[in-house]
Design a protein around this ligand. Structure first.
Ligand code: GLV
Ligand code: MN
Ligand code: MN
Length: 418
């Protein structure tokens, strides 16, 4: 790895640690979208954008955007994006590495007094992680014009609707259509790999060729709430007992499918709610969220179509019923732009960094930007492949190396796209 990179490694690292410190104090590292802590984090990001000479705004979808104008007034923007929200009990690098690397690139441009033909934008996309609304990539969906009225109407457990929450983040639902972009020349994203491949193979950079498709399904199982002390076991309609059968059936079916040789396939029940959730009441209702991902679209569709009958069978004899089965989001597999892949590879080579091409099983904002612009992303190594946990780690030099690739790719694209 080279050390004389065009990026201030210490400044980038200090920014990342300062953003990470904006966490729910008793749950490091937690800064979930739409929370007061998220707004504190964003205030810091916006301040760092301004200090890097960027003009800061929030678009109608609640994306935080820092912009540096180009020499040509008609020039489209080259965008560097990612996200500043975290999962609960998450890490310090997922998303934030990309946002702060983008700002570090802008600082380098300002420091070197470099004028580009294209405008450059750093975008902190709203709510990339699955939010309290059960929906992920909210800001980037809107940029692609793919945030539906049904999604905007989703309610979180205390009753707030997504549309209201976006306004609370500084967006404007009446003008949501204006968040849709047609003026992006290229989109680049740096992200931690969140898996073990780069570290195992001792590579500096992953050049991401594709992102797996992701379908999320909300499932509700209904039984009947009754007194837990007086209702005989034979008369119960225990929704949690039914829900447990559903979770087990999904895990078993997913293991079978993953072994079937159709590329990457995974399915997870990672979110689960039980009502009324009291020790002395038989559970009346459970709601869960299934997250299914596949490289092959048809294979993912097969899983979703065959799931309801499978669950009906699993619930047989439990006295409970499948009350709702609802696909709440569905992202197609996304392909990177071949020209951008070459540019990122060339940039890595020039910097003396060892790069390899790879697919992503994790979702990213890039998947949505790829619908409206040439888009690609790079990965940097994750220690032991750990992510979505407090142990998530990447070295300062690894992050700065990735930022240097963004910087070099940006300069090349500014000339190539002119
Ligand atoms: C994003 O973190 C994802 O869920 O893949
Ligand atoms: Mn992420
Ligand atoms: Mn994540």
């Amino acid at each position: 790895m080279r050390t004389n990179l065009p990026i201030d490694e210490t400044g980038l690292w200090d920014d990342l640690m300062a953003l990470a410190a904006r966490t729910e104090p008793d749950r490091p590292w937690t800064r979930r979208a739409f929370s007061p802590m998220f707004l504190e984090g964003r205030a810091f990001v916006a301040a760092r954008m301004r200090e890097a000479g960027l003009a800061v705004r929030i678009d109608p979808a609640g994306n935080l955007i820092g912009r540096r104008e180009g020499r040509r007034a008609d020039a489209r923007a080259i965008v560097i994006g990612s996200h500043s929200d975290t999962v609960p009990d998450g890490g310090r690098f997922d998303g934030t590495a990309g946002v702060m690397a983008g700002i570090a690139v802008a600082r380098s441009l300002a420091r070197d007094g470099r004028e580009l033909d294209h405008a450059v934008e750093i975008i902190d996309c709203l709510a990339e992680e699955v939010s309290i609304f059960g929906l992920s990539c909210i800001g980037s969906r809107a940029v692609a014009g793919a945030l539906s009225a049904e999604q905007l109407n989703r309610q979180e457990p205390t009753g707030e609707r997504l549309a209201a929450a976006i306004e609370r983040m500084g967006g404007s639902i009446d003008h949501l259509g204006e968040a849709r972009r047609t003026d992006i020349a290229a989109y680049l994203e740096l992200h931690i790999e969140q898996g073990p491949v780069l570290a195992d193979q001792r590579r500096d950079i992953g050049i991401v060729t594709a992102i797996a498709g992701i379908t999320r399904i909300e499932i509700t199982v209904e039984g009947r709430a009754d007194h837990a002390g007086t209702t005989p076991m034979t008369l119960r309609q225990d929704a949690l007992a039914g829900g447990a059968a559903v979770v087990t059936a999904i895990a078993k079916d997913a293991r079978r499918r993953a072994a079937a040789g159709h590329g990457h396939f995974v399915a997870t029940v990672g979110e689960f709610r039980i009502e009324p959730n009291a020790a002395n009441v038989v559970p009346g209702r459970v709601t869960m969220l299934v997250d299914a991902r596949a490289e092959e679209r048809g294979f993912l569709e097969g899983f979703v179509t065959e799931l309801p009958p499978l669950l009906q069978r699993a619930l047989g004899g439990t006295g409970t019923r499948l009350a709702d089965f609802r696909v709440i989001s569905d992202a197609l597999p996304a392909l990177s732009d071949p020209m951008l892949l070459d540019v990122l590879e060339g940039a890595s080579d020039t910097l003396g960094l060892d790069a390899m091409r790879m697919a992503s099983g994790a979702g990213h904002d890039m998947a949505w930007f790829s619908r409206i612009a040439p888009a690609a992303m790079i990965f940097i190594p994750s220690k032991d492949g750990r992510s979505h946990t407090p142990e998530e780690w990447s070295e300062p030099g690894e992050i700065a190396a990735g930022a240097a690739v963004l910087h070099e790719a940006l300069l090349r694209l500014d000339t190539m796209l002119a």
